[in-house]
Design a protein around this ligand. Structure first.
Ligand SMILES: Cc1cc2nc3c(=O)[nH]c(=O)nc-3n(C[C@H](O)[C@H](O)[C@H](O)COP(=O)(O)O)c2cc1C
Length: 186
């Protein structure tokens, strides 16, 4: 199973990465191959709301006019068997980089031509409130909403706060093992 990880954190050694890696460790036990993207280190711009109605090529063609790393990452989603979306909790919500990516993704997916390889694809969402610890439930609701709008088969969403990382680490590892093993069981 090929799992693509798309993180809204810049830090490959931070709390979001630590929790995501716990999940991926479990998936690797089932033989999963992992590819990772850290969006703040890549070039993914915000939606330009191109025309006066707020739409653009997203609605008309299922693509985006902005020439950056977005389309390549979308192709990698299509090439993967499952996707893990991870975000640090910022202001009780998604990080700006993951918001920018998912905002554009849900737009292109309004067009039928963009759906193959994404609609129905298994996905898991993780968010980590690493400061005071508040806002994880709201952030995970935001993530669930946008990923469902995109049409993913969202099999789980897991909120983590700094104060329960020791509990959630093993839970995430078990979840990853279960996630990567699902296909073989069904
Ligand atoms: C702009 C900003 C807003 C933040 N808002 C919250 C918050 O609402 N709740 C919280 O617990 N932590 C908050 N934090 C702390 C981050 O959740 C914490 O830094 C993150 O989990 C760790 O980042 P990393 O996983 O990328 O290392 C915020 C951090 C930043 C930079």
């Amino acid at each position: 199973m090929k799992i693509l990880t798309i993180s809204g954190s810049r830090n490959p050694d931070g709390k979001t990465a630590t929790m995501t890696e716990a999940l991926l460790k479990g998936a690797e036990k089932k033989g999963a191959q992992i590819r990772r993207h850290f969006l703040p280190s890549e070039h993914v711009e915000s939606c330009r709301q191109c025309d006066e109605r707020g739409w653009g090529d997203c609605l008309a063609k299922g693509s985006c006019v902005i020439a950056d790393d977005f389309a390549g990452i979308v192709d990698e989603i299509r090439d993967s068997d499952a996707v893990v979306f991870a975000s640090p909790v910022y202001f009780g919500d998604l990080s700006e980089s993951l918001r920018a990516f998912t905002d554009r993704l849900r737009r292109i997916l309004r067009h039928e031509s963009a759906k193959p390889g994404i609609e129905g694809k298994p996905a898991i969402g993780v968010c980590v409130a690493g400061g005071g610890g508040g806002g994880a439930p709201n952030c995970i609701v935001s993530l669930e909403k946008v990923l469902r709008t995109c049409g993913f088969d969202l099999v789980d969403v897991i909120p983590v706060r700094r104060q329960n990382m020791d509990l959630k680490g093993p839970v995430l590892e078990m979840t990853g093992e279960w996630f990567a093993g699902r296909g073989k069981q069904s």
